[in-house]
Each structure stands twice: as structure tokens, then as C-alpha cells.
Design a protein around this ligand. Structure first.
Ligand code: F1X
Length: 407
């Protein structure tokens, strides 16, 4: 692992707001560590007929992450050097609640996969503990309905299709299985259609406005299933209408944050599309063909599962993203990593906190954690007056923010 700077404070970060920890009882980060992680362990136990070894390892993880400290990785761990570069040595021996929240959450998934034998060797190597819930979602009535809506959409003017598919991708971010674990009513709460920040016009300008050469879009994916499918539909539309010439889909190299998309999930989503009735299959076949001729590629960079902000991305990823005409960063966690997981005043300019990014960048996110930047003062005041702090974490609000000139 040649290329990861130390985690504590990169030279490129903007150190002007405190990093979020999970140490405040009653706060959202605390509840994720104290309640969501144990619930995830329970769900994983129930999903597979694991043997005693795995149950014992899950017991040990539960004790460590709720009442214990961050333990060192085994000396023969395949990713020892990587985690060492990502802050392991500095955080070993400290309570999971006292280190940066982003770090302890991310490390939890690394440990969970270890506990169930995902990293092998052995018969459970590569078995995604979240696959049953991901597949259930892919097979759901809601997915059928969303795909059926494409039949009607296809007859509409192209601009209308583009807007609908962009919003499909944006609001698809509500389909987050980890979030639902700690907030069962989340999906039933009505979404607030007015975006808290809306740079859609700039986004379309960057996505091959009239006369522009079709460039490369990088999409840093978030959840599989009902978020990944609309992401893929948007990519298919942009390719088909010449707004981009090529797309790179960045997914996770291993299962993460319950429902984050891996390469296996991309394959499942494409198979789901190609086997669907109606227009959905046509989208699926176009995407399949784009994979075959290289207009759509999938990447699973190790840094996608790093416990660090994107300001600390390694040089090879930085160079790769610098070649994209636009990078779309999907979802809440990626937003936290993009702007830095810090207590920013909400009016902190988005362009300022993303100045580290190597090229034009857009965030498409529903709001599910405390971090927020780029609001105008009136919008913030209206949200606070109506909801206190609830708008930050309820998943009912969304944003499209673009910075066209970083890097
Ligand atoms: O990134 P996503 O899928 O939009 O959301 C991830 C999430 O559910 O998990 C994190 C807390 O565990 C938060 O960032 C957010 O609430």
C-alpha cells in the first residue's frame, strides 16, 4: 500500500470544523455505534446457518464494538499494511466511541466480514453476509413498479426523461438497508420534493450540454438494488443520448454499510434489468452492450472502503478521477467522505470543502446524517424552524450540489 497518507489530518483537508466522534450519548453517531451495529450483527447471524466459530467471532465483535476497544488486526491479516496506513495503529486500544465516527463505522464492516469468514481461506470466503437482504429488495414489488414506470417514461420528451432519471437516481438513495435497520419507518415518511440545494443546471452543463464533446462520467455508487438500478438507468440514458461517451462505475471491493454495491450487485442488477418485461430490458441490454465494448466499466478501488475522507485519496485514484469530466458522488456516506465528516456550519460553501477534489464533482444525496454544507442561510433557517435538527437525519430531504472547478 504505497499511497495512503496518514488519517489524522491530511494536508489537503480544510481543518476548520471539529471531526465527528461517536461519543455523545443521544446523538445519531452514538446510536449507530450502540444500536445499529448490534442490530446488524443480529441480522447477519439470522441470515446464514453459520457454525460455532463464526458465532463466537460475532459474540467477540459485539462485545468489542459496544463495550470494548479497537483490537489490533492479526499479524497475518491480508490488509494489515493498508489498515496501518489508514490509522489502525493510532486507534488500537481506544474505545470505538472515542475515535472518528467515520473510522469506527468503516472498521466495523471490516471486522464483521472477518468474523463470518469472508476473507477466508475457507468455505465462507467471499460469501456476502448482506446478500439475502439485497436480493429480497431486488425481487420486491417496489422494484417491479419502478421498472414498469420506464414503459411510460420512454414516450416522453428526452429532457423530461433525463430529469426523471436524475431524480430516480437521487431519491433511490433512500433505499438504504442499513438506514432502515435503525429507522424502520424511514421509507414510509414522505419525501420533501423541494431540494435543500439544487445545482441541477450546472450538472446538466457538465454532462455534455449542446455541442459539447461527450466525455467521461465517473459515478461513485452507493447502495445496491433500488439505488443502483436507477443509477444504471441514468447512465444508460446519458450514453444513449450522447451526453457522455463513457462511464466508470466505482463500487465497493467488499460488502460494506449493509447494502453498498459491489461488482456482484452490479451483475445482479443488470441481470434483473435484462430479464424484466418491457422497456427495462432494453435499458439492461444497452448497458450489457456498453460493458462489452468498454463504454461502461466497473472499478472497485480499495479506497472505496477506506475509513477516510476523499481529501485523503491515494494518488492513483486522484489521477483517475482527474480524467473524468464529472464525478457524481452518490449518497450520505460518500457525502460525508467528500466534504469531510465534520461539524461544518451548514452555510460553509460546498466549493470550499470540495476544493481538494481533482475535477468537477456533484453530490446526489438524501440527508441521513448530521453533515451538511452549501446551504443558503434562509434555507437553513426555514428547515430549523420547521424541524429542529430532524431534517438532517430523517432521509426526507435531498440535495444536488455541484462544484465545477475544483482540482
Ligand atoms: O451512504 P448512504 O447509504 O446514503 O447512508 C448511509 C447511512 O445510512 O449510514 C451512515 C450512518 O451509519 C450515514 O451516513 C447514513 O445514515
Amino acid at each position: 500500500m504505497p499511497d495512503n497518507p496518514p488519517p489524522a489530518q491530511s494536508a489537503r483537508s480544510v481543518p476548520s470544523a471539529p471531526v465527528i466522534l461517536g461519543d455523545e450519548p443521544g446523538s445519531f453517531p452514538y446510536s449507530v455505534l450502540a444500536e445499529r451495529h448490534p442490530a446488524i450483527i443480529r441480522q447477519v447471524r439470522e441470515s446464514f446457518p453459520y457454525g460455532p466459530e463464526q458465532h463466537e467471532a460475532l459474540d467477540a465483535l459485539l462485545a468489542s464494538c459496544t463495550k470494548g476497544v479497537v483490537e489490533p488486526l492479526p499479524a497475518d491479516a491480508h490488509d494489515l499494511d493498508r489498515w496501518s496506513a489508514w490509522g489502525m495503529d493510532a486507534y488500537t486500544g481506544r474505545s470505538w466511541f472515542d475515535v472518528p465516527w467515520l473510522w469506527s463505522e468503516s472498521h466495523f464492516y471490516r471486522r464483521l466480514l472477518d468474523a463470518v469468514g469472508y476473507f477466508g481461506p475457507g468455505p465462507w470466503q467471499g460469501i456476502d453476509p448482506f446478500r439475502p437482504s439485497k436480493l429480497a429488495e431486488l425481487d420486491s414489488r417496489e422494484t417491479d413498479e419502478e421498472l414498469a414506470a420506464l414503459d411510460e417514461l420512454t414516450g416522453r420528451p428526452v429532457a423530461e426523461q433525463a430529469t426523471a432519471l436524475l431524480h430516480g437516481s437521487l431519491w433511490g438513495n433512500r433505499a438504504d438497508l442499513g438506514f432502515r435497520l435503525s429507522d424502520a419507518e424511514a421509507e414510509d415518511r414522505a419525501a420533501v420534493p423541494g431540494l435543500v440545494a439544487d445545482d441541477t443546471d450546472t450538472l446538466w452543463t457538465l454532462l455534455g450540454g449542446a455541442g459539447a464533446a461527450a466525455g467521461t462520467l465517473c459515478l461513485i455508487a452507493d447502495n445496491a438494488g433500488r439505488e443502483l438500478i436507477p443509477d444504471l438507468l441514468l447512465i444508460a440514458h446519458l450514453l444513449a443520448h450522447g451526453r457522455i461517451g463513457r462511464a466508470v462505475l466505482q463500487v465497493k471491493p467488499y460488502p460494506y454499510y449493509v447494502s453498498d454495491a459491489t461488482t456482484a450487485d452490479v451483475v445482479d442488477a443488470l441481470r434483473r434489468l435484462t430479464r424484466a418485461p418491457g422497456e427495462a430490458a432494453a435499458y439492461g441490454h444497452r448497458l450489457w452492450a456498453a460493458m462489452a465494448d468498454g463504454r461502461l466499466t466497473v472499478r472497485a478501488h480499495p479506497f472505496s472502503c477506506a475509513p477516510l475522507p476523499y481529501a485523503d485519496m491515494p494518488d492513483d485514484l486522484r489521477a483517475e478521477l482527474a480524467t473524468a469530466d464529472l464525478t457524481i458522488v452518490k449518497g450520505d456516506l460518500n457525502y460525508r467522505r467528500l466534504v469531510g465528516d465534520r461539524r461544518w456550519p451548514p452555510t460553509t460553501p460546498f466549493a470550499e470543502v470540495t476544493a481538494h477534489f481533482p475535477g468537477p464533482v456533484a453530490a446526489l444525496r438524501t440527508l441521513k446524517s448530521e453533515v451538511i454544507t452549501g446551504l443558503d442561510a434562509d434555507t437553513e433557517a426555514t428547515l430549523v424552524a420547521a424541524e429542529g435538527r430532524r431534517w438532517r437525519t430523517s432521509g426526507t430531504h435531498a440535495l444536488i450540489q455541484v462544484s465545477s472547478s475544483p482540482g
